[in-house]
Design a protein around this ligand. Structure first.
Ligand code: NA7
Length: 543
């Protein structure tokens, strides 16, 4: 410890930024490896995504028995999940349980946001400051800041003029919201808006859903978790955890939660009109993706989308609403698929109106509500479900200075550049958990976070054992990895010319369009990470 300018400077081996699932595991793991570590978290509680996104209907789209830590067999056995897909409250309780069970809370500092992090080349240390005046000096900086944690504030004129209540799904009030008798306007139909719609509709006098782009959303088939199935999965947990790391998306599907069946070995472009219809009759929503060519060929994809629109028509009674809810000129598999409970059925309620903004967009927010090119809507509450500055936003919002004063946001101005999504050239001892260039949001986040934290832990042990003080990637190795990440994403629906998504940064005005996560699957990624280590941390420089 030391003091400068009357501010106490605290020293640790590692500072971990964020107490979501990545930060929680990072603290546990680094402690186990004998490092001193401290966590700084902006929220008043732990859980990250599952702390902030407490809007009605918030639920994870990965089965609960798989969206859980695998590092402790005891933890796996003692925790019981109630539903196939875990609701926000249960996940928040789970992460709090983990923090208490492993005595982590004493090293987690809440209600504190990191503002600057500056690398001191002479001391080979990071100096970190926070919005409540902390000063830290640490050897390693572990950014567990999350992939969907920087809320997007839509630039709609007059937003502050609204005289009713404005709410954001991504920082929902802790005490909840009573919509009873209220006229509610919901802007945004990504996962958050789609999950919130049916639940808000139950309470509100009237719900208007302002939709700019219709989504592809699949019935989750959520239900109480069968106790026998839970016992069976618990018996096989070790095998399941190993299998997760061998699975493309890190989800094995053992707990009865495969909403979309695997594609059959039939091409939709070779199927007759009758065969396509028969598939809808047999498989329902799943029919549009149940063909081998839908995710690889744009024409086949459009044929799949036609079957999707047929399903919307079958479920939504009002033809006008059905037409409005039908995605067009948007490939299936471009945006993240949404799992929902009764989303489309909700539009059959008398108190729910779709406002299809393709027929006239939002012009401004007024004191009374939302004014659009197709008319004015008087409201008591506006709910913004407008998303995030994904993958880079949380890091961009911190002033991070590496070697020679170079800013991370400048280094990433033309798109995030990392080696393995874990480190960036010019930023020694700076680690990103599930950073851009790693599978992250395209796979089970818990599996990804555990794998990353363990890789980082091994790297820190390697530094310690070899007496090195710093590690960072070479520019050549980083360039090669960035090129590889881009190359793998080409040809998929994620990067189709008609695809706009937060994976590409399209939802942020001015953000460079670059596909951010590694799309090549978890096994190939893990194999690459292991090869790098086996080759003596090839592409990384130790000093
Ligand atoms: P998303 O998926 O980014 O969805 C945001 C939604 O908000 C989307 O429908 C946007 O329409 C809409 N949006 C954003 N700005 C506006 C304005 N100005 N006017 C109208 N509509 C707007 O965020 P979510 O929180 O739902 O989900 C994020 C991820 O969290 C999700 O993928 C899961 O992984 C969990 P657009 O499509 O841009 O036309």
């Amino acid at each position: 410890m030391g003091t400068s300018n009357d501010v106490e400077t605290r020293e640790f081996d590692a500072l971990i930024v964020g107490a979501g699932l990545s930060g929680i595991y990072a603290l546990y793991h680094l402690r186990e490896l004998g490092f001193t570590a401290h966590v700084v978290e902006a929220g008043q509680g732990v859980g990250g995504t599952w702390y902030w996104n407490r809007y009605p209907g918030a639920r994870c789209d990965v089965p609960s028995m798989e969206y859980s830590f695998g590092f402790s067999p005891e933890l796996e056995q003692e925790w019981d999940w109630s539903e196939v897909f875990p609701p926000q409250e249960e996940l928040e309780r789970y992460f709090n349980h983990v923090v208490d069970r492993f005595d982590l809370r004493r090293d987690i500092q809440l209600s504190t946001r990191v503002t600057t992090a500056t690398y001191d080349e002479d001391a080979a240390q990071w100096g970190v400051e926070t919005d409540v005046g902390d000063c830290f000096r640490v050897r390693y900086l572990v950014m567990a800041t999350g992939c969907l944690s920087a809320p997007l504030e839509p630039q709609i004129p007059g937003r502050d003029a609204f005289s009713g209540t404005s709410l954001f799904t991504n920082r929902w009030p802790k005490d909840g919201v009573d919509f009873t008798g209220g006229r509610v306007g919901l802007i945004g139909t990504g996962s958050s808006g789609v999950q919130a719609t049916p639940v808000i509709a139950e309470a509100a006098a009237h719900l208007y859903v302002f939709q700019r782009t219709p989504s592809y959303a699949w019935p989750a088939g959520n239900r109480p978790l069968d106790p026998d199935l839970q016992r069976e999965v618990k018996r096989q947990y070790r095998a399941l955890r190993a299998e997760q790391r061998r699975n493309h998306g890190g989800v094995v599907g053992t707990s009865g939660a495969i909403a979309v069946p695997l594609p059959r070995d039939v091409k939709i472009l070779e199927a007759s009109e009758e065969e396509r219809r028969a598939a809808v009759d047999e498989l329902g929503w799943a029919a549009c993706r149940a063909w081998s060519d839908v995710l690889s060929d744009l024409e086949a994809n459009e044929a799949g989308a036609e079957l999707y629109r047929e399903m919307v028509k079958r479920v939504v009674v009002d033809p006008d609403a059905a037409d409005g809810l039908s995605p067009r000129n948007l490939p299936i598999g471009c945006k993240r698929p949404i799992l929902h409970t009764d989303y489309y059925e909700t539009f059959n309620r008398d108190n729910v109106t779709l406002v299809d903004l393709r027929r006239g967009g939002i012009e401004k927010i007024t004191p009374n509500g939302i004014s659009t090119a197709q008319g004015d809507f008087d409201l008591d509450v506006i709910v913004y479900a407008t998303g995030f500055d994904a993958m880079t936003g949380a890091l961009d919002r911190i002033d991070i200075g590496g070697r020679g004063g170079q800013r991370l946001r400048d280094a990433w101005a033309e798109g995030a550049r990392t080696l393995l999504g874990v480190q960036t050239a010019g930023f020694p001892n700076f680690f990103t958990v599930t950073g851009p260039g790693s599978p992250s949001v395209l796979a089970n986040m818990v599996v990804c976070a555990e794998q990353h934290v363990e890789w980082i832990g091994d790297c820190l042990v390697y530094l310690r054992e070899h007496g090195y003080s710093t590690v960072e990637p070479t520019r050549e190795a980083q360039d090669a990895w960035v090129a590889r990440v881009n190359e793998v994403a080409q040809g998929s629906m994620y990067t189709a010319p008609t695809c706009n998504s937060w994976y590409l940064g399209d939802n942020i005005p001015g953000k460079v369009r670059v596909f951010l996560p590694w799309v090549g699957g978890l096994p190939a990624y893990i194999e690459h990470c292991e090869q790098v280590v086996a080759a003596g941390y090839e592409g990384f420089v130790f000093a």
